[in-house]
Design a protein around this ligand. Structure first.
Ligand code: M6R
Length: 594
């Protein structure tokens, strides 16, 4: 939703602002309607405004601020419009305390009303502003910054990662978290905090993960973590293997197209998890039912998991949207394995569901971000190996999730032929990527459309759903995915002259019936864009537009390959329409609020 960073340099004479600006720029995918920094050099310096990072920086020169420590924020507005006043850092009345916050303070209205009754004057419409006011109040009562923050979070309800500085207690940053991500980075010459690792990869690879309710105090000599009883906690230091280049565009126009192109590698790297997955299976014991829980793209990966596990391993499998889990998961027991699929590992809906599932069942997280909350709360973890994904639209993490799910299902079913077949997937993906020219020209012919339909059957149904999601989230064209056989039960009424219908039609059992659906829509005037095998003569005869995919991509592994041209189609249509695919309106990469 938002991104926060903080940094304290050991060298008093060095300026922190260029580093803060560099770090916070790496979190633009978490929020891009406002940006702000606070630094301190004996005086508090604040620069902030609404607008994208580049726009605000052109106006304010954010890297030019004095002081060797400070905090920064990128905002994705929830409470209060994007505006200079609502941008973070938020301040107390005397401008002595600056706070950056990611999350939502659910009881902010009540707190604000109480503070107003006590004489506090508020300037913004944010939920965050209550935090510096509470810290100020408790510091005025005699507490130090750390304990004022502790007393503040005793009152706060909701989700938060918070960092605060105070001119009454200089040379220190305090931070805490609950249900929003926060990591601490350690290097030889500085300490950092950040919402996500891409922010600090360039500066620090040694990471501490604070737990809910712990207070972290960074000064130029040390990082100290206190638990809720004020005891010092000795935290383990993990090392992140991701490189700074992984979080750069490296010559591509957008992160999204870079990440689409990295998919062969992402699959190859995730296949290395085979032994880890086998040992998880060996350890699981009896599993009579599997229940996938996820949101968005990760939900679509989960749907593929249902088809695989039911047909290959014969295990009854459900797929539940994380936000619906608490309303529908009434029949979990100790023989149920609840599998959480998540790129970020921080999605609030999924975390809530995980807490519920942990009470009764075995839990497994399939997660991309190392050290994220799901990896720390699930009983078993499969780490997908996509590397950092910055584009808001998930691409390489989707195929990595699928790879992990395929390995899991194939190993559960002892289907070693399928395990071997997965080795060929990276090459099939690379073949699709080489044919990008035909997708580019397709995108020029279809960017006029207001609506798109995506049809697929069986294993290709989740691909249709995911293709439609990719289109709508970045191009703002309405895209609807359907199980092809469901069309005649209603949606066929919408098929009209010229409407584009994407048909996912790999060779296999569902081919004949999907071909009938193709005829159905074509005879009603739809413009069919088919994605099928390169030797499918019937398809080439019947569909006016066919994107050919290697004939050896079987129906069962098609989800790993057929999604790639659909991602490319969405990307190039979005460029045709003049939108930024990396920063779709109203969306953020990591959804840390319910
Ligand atoms: O980090 P997660 O995988 O838990 O995120 C779930 C969804 O928010 C995410 O997949 C979202 O739908 C993406 N923007 C899709 O491209």
């Amino acid at each position: 939703m938002c991104g926060i960073v903080g940094c304290i340099l050991k060298d008093d004479d060095k300026k922190v602002a260029p580093i803060l600006f560099d770090c916070i720029s790496k979190l633009e995918y978490r929020g891009y309607d406002s940006i702000g920094l606070a630094t301190y050099d004996g005086n508090m310096h604040i620069k902030k405004d609404k607008g994208k990072i580049e726009e605000v920086n052109n106006k304010l020169d954010l890297a030019d601020m004095p002081g060797n420590y400070g905090i920064a924020h990128v905002r994705w507005a929830t409470h209060g419009d994007p505006s200079k006043l609502n941008a973070h850092p938020q301040l107390d009345e005397e401008n002595t305390i600056a706070v950056v916050h990611n999350g939502i303070i659910e009881n902010n209205s009540e707190i604000k009303a109480n503070l107003i009754a006590e004489g506090h004057i508020f300037k913004s419409d944010t939920d965050t502003e209550v935090i510096p006011h509470l810290i100020q109040k408790y510091m005025d009562e005699g507490l130090d910054l750390e304990h004022a923050l502790r007393k503040t979070i005793d009152i706060l309800q909701g989700a938060y990662a918070i960092a605060a500085v105070s001119s009454n207690e200089p040379d220190k940053i305090v931070a805490t978290r609950k249900d929003s991500p926060l990591i601490i980075g350690i290097s030889d010459d500085a300490y950092y905090l950040a919402s996500d690792s891409p922010a600090i990869l360039k500066y620090a690879n040694d990471i501490i993960y604070p737990e809910k309710g712990e207070i972290v105090i960074l000064d130029k000599n040390d990082v100290v973590v206190h638990d809720e009883f004020d005891n010092i906690v000795h935290k383990e230091i993990d090392t992140i293997n991701w490189t700074p280049e992984m979080a750069e565009k490296e010559g591509y126009d957008h992160f999204m197209i870079k990440e689409i192109n990295e998919q062969g590698t992402a699959v190859r790297n995730t296949l290395t998890q085979k032994d880890n997955i086998q040992s998880i299976i060996d350890d699981l014991g009896h599993v009579s039912r599997i229940c996938f829980v996820a949101c968005g793209t990760s939900y679509h990966a989960s749907l593929t998991g249902k088809y695989l596990l039911e047909s290959l391993a014969g295990i009854s499998t459900d797929v539940i949207l994380a936000s619906e889990f608490k309303y529908s998961a009434k029949t979990l027991d100790e023989n149920t394995l609840v599998v959480f699929i998540s790129q970020s590992g921080e999605t609030a809906d999924s975390l809530k569901a995980l807490d519920i599932a942990n009470e009764t069942s075995k839990t497994l997280g399939i997660v991309n971000v190392v050290g994220s909350s799901i990896t720390r709360r699930a009983q078993y973890v499969i780490q997908t190996q996509a590397g950092p994904e910055i584009g808001v639209a998930a691409t390489k993490t989707y195929v990595s999730q699928l790879t992990a799910i395929y390995l899991f299902a194939a190993l559960m079913a002892k289907n070693y032929d399928l395990v071997d077949e997965l080795d060929k997937v990276p090459d099939y993906i690379d073949e699709v990527l080489e044919n990008v020219g035909s997708i580019k020209s397709m995108s020029k012919r279809y960017n006029y459309a207001k609506d798109f339909f995506y049809l697929g059957r069986g294993y290709s149904y989740p691909t249709a759903l995911e293709g439609a999601l990719k289109l709508k989230e970045i191009s703002y064209i309405h895209g609807e995915g359907y199980a092809a056989g469901e069309l005649k039960h209603g949606p066929l009424a919408l098929i009209d002259e010229g409407i584009p219908v994407v048909i996912v039609i790999p060779p296999g059992d569902s081919h004949r019936k999907t071909m009938s659906n193709l005829e159905e829509v074509k005879s009603r005037g739809a413009r069919v864009l088919a994605f099928g095998a390169d030797d499918d003569e019937e398809l080439f005869n019947k569909a006016p537009e066919v994107f050919p995919i290697n004939r050896n991509v079987s129906e069962i592994i098609a989800p790993l390959v057929y999604i790639v041209p659909l991602q490319l189609l969405s990307y190039y249509i979005t460029l045709e329409k003049g939108f930024d695919p990396d920063k779709p309106r109203n969306l953020a990469k990591c959804v840390t609020v319910e």
